[in-house]
Design a protein around this ligand. Structure first.
Ligand SMILES: Nc1nc2c(ncn2[C@@H]2O[C@H](COP(=O)(O)OP(=O)(O)OP(=O)(O)O)[C@@H](O)[C@H]2O)c(=O)[nH]1
Length: 423
């Protein structure tokens, strides 16, 4: 059975660390899934890369804003050097226009990202556009002040490092922008014909080194960030999942899921259903066929349940031992009872191979409850819903097992009036 990690985001920001309703979204957690491309320094699995990017989005946007505004300010401040070189002339005014264009694009990028808080693509697009405009605006400065070519080469080297290391962008975009602008700069420098052959060689070598060091350092940084994310995801997975069945565990239910689903249902005045189910006479399976066979039955039961719930919506939790719990958002009592009855019937016809050639069939009992927040205004302890489902499960056990018991939850003890037994 593949074990998964829960990585989710609102509406696209559920990550290793935060979550919103979304059921068992479970990218595999084995190492191959976290493979990192040596060239792009990104996860080769696009889904995991998307989770990673969304996980870091708030920090990335913050970094981008700070860096772009700082670079825009530096670009404008360096207009002083134009005035010192060219005086207050139409040419220096034109260069100021180029510098102002960079500042305007940088500010527009920050505003765009502010208006689209969940878009990773826009962050990279605005970073790239600002970098390209910054590099383009540098060309007229170089052409207008050819006597300072060595200084311009130094500035170019610094700009390349900024592109690789300080402006958050995809590594391959930074590489393309860094290399192409370096080549264009070298071409412009050679066209001006102000440098000796030795100076030209030195300039080409230094700018190549700036690109190499920038790329290597950025690649290293990108890989380290992703390694951190991998470890974080694996640890989170270990702490939230049952290793035998791959289901979420009780800890996850109590610390995250239940509160999240009940709060959401309360906010939007929706129904949430909970089904508690437990394999009947499971001890005798262990006693008769051995613990390993019992494990196989548990895994088969979890697989059956998982196959019958809505992917990315419902949640399956191993509540303990041979007891499982299903949390079903936007589901009323009738819908949950119908599902529980289908599960009960499916299990009663299923067998699991315990040893080669030998199979065992089991049944299960179900306790079903649902709370409709359109009718329930009063606050109640979140565990109360689970407790009711559990009580109903044990009522089903007392009633002979292989049966479903259901009751609407009205939020207060003594008001569970809509009782219904099925099976
Ligand atoms: N193989 C296996 N057995 C487990 C696991 N966790 C709990 N059990 C066993 O599950 C059995 C539960 O037994 P009981 O609580 O008596 O329940 P039951 O026999 O299913 O009886 P009812 O629930 O009343 O129908 C115990 O024998 C536990 O050892 C597990 O991970 N693997």
């Amino acid at each position: 059975m593949s074990v998964g990690i829960r990585l989710q985001y609102p509406p696209f920001t559920r990550l290793a660390g935060s979550s919103v309703s979304g059921g068992d979204v479970s990218p595999p957690v084995h190492d191959a899934a976290f493979a990192i491309s040596r060239l792009s320094a990104e996860f080769t699995d696009r889904t995991i890369e998307a989770h990673f990017s969304h996980h870091l989005l708030p920090q990335t946007k913050e970094q981008l804003r700070t860096t772009l505004l700082f670079c825009a300010a530096v670009y404008l401040v360096f207009a002083i050097t134009d005035v010192l070189a060219l005086g207050l002339s139409p040419l220096s005014l034109m260069l100021f226009g180029c510098r102002a264009a960079v500042a305007v694009v940088a500010v527009a990028s920050c505003v765009t990202n502010h208006l689209h808080p969940h878009s990773v693509g826009r962050v990279y697009l605005t970073a790239s556009v600002t970098e390209i405009v910054g590099m383009l605006a540098f060309a007229p400065i170089v052409l207008a002040r050819p006597a300072e070519l060595s200084w311009h080469a130094m500035s170019m080297g610094l700009m390349v490092l900024v592109v690789y290391l300080y402006i958050p962008n995809r590594l391959l975009y930074a590489l393309a922008i860094g290399v192409i602008s370096t080549l264009v700069f070298i071409a412009v420098a050679l066209v001006t014909g102000r440098l000796t052959g030795q100076e030209q060689l030195t300039m080409v070598m230094l700018l190549s080194l700036a690109n190499c060091f920038g790329f290597i350092a950025a690649r290293r940084y990108n890989i380290i960030r992703r390694e951190e994310f991998r470890v974080q995801s694996v640890l989170k997975n270990l702490s939230e999942r049952d290793p035998l069945t791959g289901c979420h565990n009780r800890r996850y239910l109590q610390q995250e899921l239940l509160n999240m689903e009940l709060s959401r249902a309360r906010r939007f005045r929706l129904s949430v259903a909970v089904i508690a189910c437990d394999i009947d006479y499971f001890k005798s399976v262990n006693d008769t066929y051995g613990h390993a066979a019992g494990d196989r039955v548990l895994v088969a039961f979890a697989t059956l349940l998982r196959g019958m719930i809505r992917e990315n919506v419902d949640n399956l939790i191993r509540f303990g031992g041979e007891e499982f719990l299903l949390v079903l958002p936007e589901t009323d009592l009738a819908g949950a009872v119908h599902l529980a009855e289908r599960m009960r019937a499916a299990l009663s016809t299923m067998t699991t191979e315990t040893t080669p050639g030998k199979s065992v069939g089991v049944t299960a009992s179900f306790g079903v409850t649902s709370v409709n927040f359109a009718n329930v205004a009063a606050r109640f302890p979140q565990e109360a819903v689970i407790e009711l489902a559990d009580q109903l499960l044990y009522a089903a056990k007392r009633d002979g097992r292989n049966t479903v018991k259901a009751l609407e939850f009205y939020g207060r003890p003594g008001l569970h009036v809509a009782s219904r037994a099925v099976g």
